[in-house]
Design a protein around this ligand. Structure first.
Ligand code: G16
Length: 544
């Protein structure tokens, strides 16, 4: 086995987005493309000689070949040990868990998250640091700078490792340990939640749940946790076998893409509880019988009821949410007398707050919720948290939500996505809002009056780093808000996200549909940004 140094040339499109580098599989398969990015990681993260790294992915097409390449490059670059998930599988939260448990130097996650997979789908690579969380911007920027000048990479000339057999193999001077993908994570879950109580709920015959793993990585974890450890009936987990193309689906747990689950929960004889997670297992969607819980409300409910759950019995240090997420959690924080932090979109911005124990729970409108137990958002953790609360309160989701809104008021909330917009058109749309911004204050739109318009900028309270241009906010005098952002995770054209929010202190007993409650704001957003004419689309592609 010899170390080869291969000459290469930079690719100029390797800038990590909201969560790592995401491109079509065909782009990653170009000669040297993956290798350049991996070598740039190794060149940018400090002294890696003899260190331990964690490696795994969501099992999508190209996961296995990529793992073999990365193992050989790691061996050639002096890494001491790699723990790799069996079959190359590790969900994003499990990777974070394993990095922390074994005090690893960091980890590489192969995933394009909720983006479609398969030979014509997307692939992705992200680097997580030693706290288990996504690399902060200063690290991703260093990696990007390196990709622009890279001229060689190192790789071991060796045969492939057997990824399916648990055990230890030597690759040059590096030890490769194939580990069980599920066990460390499942044990962590069992340490946080009241499994006895959840087991009673799931096996008592009264309560029915359906967990849609969307043919993605969570399948292995959900089978082990719900059906094996918690005794839920076989069939509780649907689409539970991870497939390289996610069964041709789009593993994004929202009302559009998780249509099979939605049909069950909104159909006849619906189960009491439904949940879905995404490609790499860090997102979650929570449904009740004929009821959709917005991710923003989900964070608020978990925070309000946290002390019912063993792992959070002593209360919360604080809450953090991304800027476009509704302020529902802020109202809970206020009542609890704890701080609520507002960060830019991207889980990486929560890392410092969690490390400094300023926040215990974090959440994002993009179906992400998590806590200080790891440094990634965590789909199954959120599902277990809800189950634990329901097991204690013995209430339906609809009545729990009603009770919550009666106590805290309701933040009506919706996100409208316009996917696959031509980049020029999207940029023109954003530029148009910028142009209008100086004249917006005081302007009236029907009953709404603009209170402010700005571009969100964040100063990290722990390390003082500043992140600018994180989304345009148009706030109204009654506290309502419209936010415009271009997604940082798409791979084809641009995705315009429009976030709409309105607060009502005393919502009616019979819940009003958010699209109806937000109708005026939806019209204002279109008027302000000329969405329909500039995108050429008369309605959003996804509404959540
Ligand atoms: C990633 C990030 C999240 C972010 C989401 C949407 O999620 O980890 O923090 O909220 O993308 O980002 P954007 O609005 O820029 O598309 P995931 O699940 O894709 O890793």
């Amino acid at each position: 086995m010899s170390i080869q140094t291969i000459a290469t040339q930079p690719f100029l499109d390797q800038k990590p987005g909201t969560s790592g580098l995401r491109k079509l599989v065909s782009v990653f398969q170009k000669p040297h493309y993956l290798e350049n990015f991996i070598q740039s990681i190794f060149d940018s993260i400090g002294d890696i000689q003899g260190q331990t790294l964690i490696l795994g992915g969501d099992g999508r097409y190209y996961n296995r070949p990529a793992i073999q390449i990365i193992l050989k490059m790691a061996a050639a670059n002096g890494i001491g040990r790699i723990k790799v998930g069996q079959g190359g599988i590790l969900s994003t939260p499990a990777t974070s868990c394993v990095i922390r448990k074994y005090n690893a130097f960091g980890g590489i996650v192969l995933s394009a998250s909720h983006n479609p997979g398969g030979i014509n789908g997307d692939f992705g690579v992200k680097y997580n640091i030693g706290n288990g969380g996504p690399a902060p911007e200063k690290v991703t920027e260093a990696i990007f700078e390196r990709t622009k000048v890279i001229d060689r990479y190192q790789i071991l000339d060796a045969s492939n490792i057997d990824l399916d057999r648990i055990g230890i193999t030597q690759l040059g001077n590096m030890t490769v340990e194939v580990i069980d993908s599920v066990i460390d994570y499942a044990n962590l879950m069992e340490s946080l939640f009241d499994f006895d109580r959840i087991r009673q709920l799931l096996t008592g015959g009264q309560f029915r749940m359906c967990m849609d793993a969307m043919h993605a990585v969570t399948g292995s974890y959900a089978h082990a946790i719900f059906e094996q450890r918690l005794g839920a009936p076989a069939g509780t987990v649907i689409n539970g076998i991870p497939l390289e193309d996610f069964g041709n689906g789009h593993p994004d747990p929202n009302l559009v893409y998780a249509h099979e689950l939605v049909a069950r929960l909104f159909g006849d004889n619906a189960p009491d509880f439904g949940a879905a997670s995404d490609g790499d297992g860090d997102r979650n969607m929570i449904l009740g019988n004929h009821f959709f819980v917005t991710p923003s409300d989900s964070l608020a409910v978990l925070a309000a009821n946290a002390t019912l759950v063993p792992g959070y019995r002593n209360g919360l240090a604080g809450i953090a949410r991304s800027m476009p997420t509704s302020a529902a959690a802020d109202r809970v924080a206020e009542k609890l007398g704890i701080d609520c932090y507002e960060t830019p979109t991207g889980w990486k911005f929560f890392g410092n707050l969690l490390d400094a124990d300023k926040a215990t729970l974090c959440g994002e409108e993009s179906f992400g919720t998590g806590s200080n137990h790891i440094r990634e958002k965590d789909g199954l953790w959120a599902v277990l948290f809800w189950l634990n609360i329901l097991a204690v309160k013995q209430q339906s989701i609809a009545s729990l939500m009603q009770e919550h809104w009666q106590t805290y008021g309701r933040n009506y909330y919706s996100r409208h996505d316009y996917e696959g917009v031509e980049n020029d058109r999207a940029n023109r749309l954003i530029a148009g809002i910028y142009e209008a911004m100086p004249t917006l204050k005081g302007k009236r739109f029907g009953q709404y009056e603009v209170a402010y318009g700005d571009d969100f900028s964040y100063t990290d309270p722990i390390d003082g780093s500043v992140s600018q241009k994180q989304g345009i906010r148009i706030g109204f005098t009654d506290g309502s808000r419209i936010v415009f952002r271009l997604s940082g995770t798409g791979t084809q054209g641009a995705t315009l996200r429009v976030y709409l929010e309105r607060y009502e202190a005393n919502p009616p007993q019979n819940p009003v549909d958010a699209q109806i409650a937000l109708a005026d704001l939806i019209a204002i957003a279109d008027e302000l940004a000329q969405i329909r004419s500039l995108t050429g689309m008369d309605k959003p592609t996804v509404i959540t």
